[in-house]
Design a protein around this ligand. Structure first.
Ligand SMILES: [Cu+2]
Length: 360
C-alpha cells in the first residue's frame, strides 16, 4: 500500500471543524500528485448546509451562515459512506437539496412530489447513501456510486426547482472509489443557461493552478441549453476519472465533452503538462455561447509566479467584447434580470476539502 495514504486519509477525515473554513479560504496543499487514498468505507459523515438569499435575487448554499456561494460547496465522500445533510433554510422560500448519483429514500428526495423539502425557515435532514460495486452473477457487476455527480434545489419556484437552479442553488458532489488519485486543486464549473456559475465573461471564474499540479475539474450542466465543455491545451480520457488504466485501456481521449442539463462529469489533468504555464482558456464550444461562456485557466509557474505574457492575456480577456449584453444571462424565463455583479464567485482555487465530515 502506498505509505503516503494514511496521512492523506487522516486529513480528509478531519473535516469536522475544517469544512466551514476550507470552503471559503483558498487552500494550497502540498503536492500530492500521484498519491492515492484508501476509503474509510462505511463511515457516516455529517454536514450542515445553509441555504441563503444572496444579493440580486440570487440564492446559494454554504457551510456556514453568511458564506453561501454559487456554486455551493463541493461535497466529497467515498463509496460506502453515508452523508447526513442538515439543510438550514434561511430564506423565505421553500427549497431543498436533491442529489444525483447516490441512494436516498423518498423523504430525502428533495422533491415536492414526495413532500420532501424545507419550508421557509425550516431545518431538515437529508440522508444520502452510497454503494460499492458488486458482482451480480454471469460476469456482470452492478456499478457502485463512484462518480462526479451534483446536487441542486428541487423545490424553489416550481416542483422541479427551476427557479432555484436558475438562481444559483447547485453544487458538485464527488463519490470516490478507494485508491482514487487525489488532486491538489479542484474547480467546479457549472454551465447554467448562458452563464458559467451564473457569471458571464469576463466575470467568469479564473481557475488557477501551478505548473504540474494535479487539478480536478467538476463540470455540471443546468438550465435549458445544450453545452460543450472545452479546455485549451489539456486533454483527458473519457472515463470515470479522466485517466486510463493501462496500455490496453483504449477509452477515447478528449478535450471537449457534452455538458447538457442535469449531466455532470469530472476529470483530472496535470496543469500545463507538456505545454507549460500560461493563461489557457476554457469555454463552451457551442459557438453562439462561447463569448459569454468563457473563462481562464491560469497555470502559474511552479513557484507561483506569473508566466510571461499571462497578465497581458488576462487583460485582453477583460478588455474585449464578449457579447454578454446580447443575452439574458440568468436564462430565467420569468424575468429579465441580469446577473448581480456583487455576487461573488467561489474562491478561485476551490479547496480539496469536502464539505462533509466524519460523524464520530
Ligand atoms: Cu453552451
Amino acid at each position: 500500500m502506498d505509505n503516503r495514504a494514511p496521512s492523506r486519509l487522516t486529513r480528509r477525515s478531519m473535516l469536522a471543524g475544517a469544512a466551514a473554513v476550507a470552503a471559503v479560504a483558498p487552500v494550497v496543499v502540498a503536492s500530492t500528485a500521484g498519491s492515492t487514498a484508501t476509503a474509510a468505507a462505511g463511515r457516516t459523515r455529517r454536514v450542515t448546509i445553509y441555504a441563503e438569499a444572496l444579493p440580486g435575487g440570487m440564492f446559494g448554499y454554504g457551510l456556514a451562515p453568511g458564506q453561501a456561494t454559487i456554486p455551493g460547496p463541493l461535497l466529497e465522500i467515498y463509496e460506502g459512506d453515508t452523508l447526513e445533510i442538515e439543510l438550514v433554510n434561511s430564506t423565505s422560500e421553500r427549497l431543498s437539496i436533491h442529489p444525483h448519483g447516490v441512494n436516498y429514500d423518498t423523504n430525502s428526495d428533495g422533491s415536492p412530489l414526495n413532500n420532501s423539502f424545507n419550508q421557509p425557515g425550516e431545518t431538515r435532514t437529508y440522508v444520502w447513501r452510497t454503494q460499492t460495486q458488486y458482482r451480480t452473477g454471469s460476469g456482470f457487476y452492478m456499478p457502485g456510486s463512484a462518480g462526479y455527480w451534483h446536487y441542486h434545489d428541487h423545490a424553489l419556484g416550481t416542483d422541479h426547482g427551476t427557479v432555484g437552479i436558475a438562481k444559483g442553488l447547485y453544487g458538485g458532489l464527488i463519490v470516490r472509489k478507494a485508491g482514487d488519485l487525489l488532486p491538489d486543486r479542484q474547480h467546479t464549473i457549472v454551465f447554467n443557461e448562458m452563464t458559467i456559475n451564473n457569471k458571464v465573461a469576463p466575470d467568469t471564474p479564473m481557475l488557477e493552478a501551478r505548473h504540474g499540479e494535479r487539478v480536478e475539474f467538476v463540470c455540471i450542466g443546468h438550465g435549458n441549453l445544450p453545452h460543450t465543455f472545452h479546455l485549451h491545451a489539456h486533454r483527458w480520457a473519457d472515463t470515470r476519472t479522466g485517466m486510463l488504466r493501462g496500455d490496453n485501456d483504449h477509452s477515447p481521449v478528449i478535450d471537449n465533452k457534452n455538458l447538457d442539463p442535469g449531466s455532470s462529469f469530472g476529470f483530472q489533468v496535470l496543469a500545463g503538462e507538456a505545454v507549460g504555464p500560461g493563461a489557457w482558456m476554457y469555454h463552451c464550444h457551442v459557438q453562439s455561447h462561447s463569448d459569454p461562456m468563457s473563462g481562464i485557466f491560469l497555470v502559474r509557474n511552479a513557484d507561483g509566479s506569473m508566466p510571461a505574457g499571462a497578465q497581458e492575456s488576462i487583460d485582453r480577456f477583460h478588455g474585449h467584447n464578449h457579447g454578454a449584453t446580447l443575452v439574458n444571462p440568468t436564462g430565467d424565463p420569468t424575468e429579465s434580470t441580469s446577473v448581480d455583479p456583487s455576487v461573488q464567485p467561489p474562491a478561485p482555487a476551490t479547496p480539496p476539502a469536502p464539505g462533509a465530515h466524519s460523524g464520530h
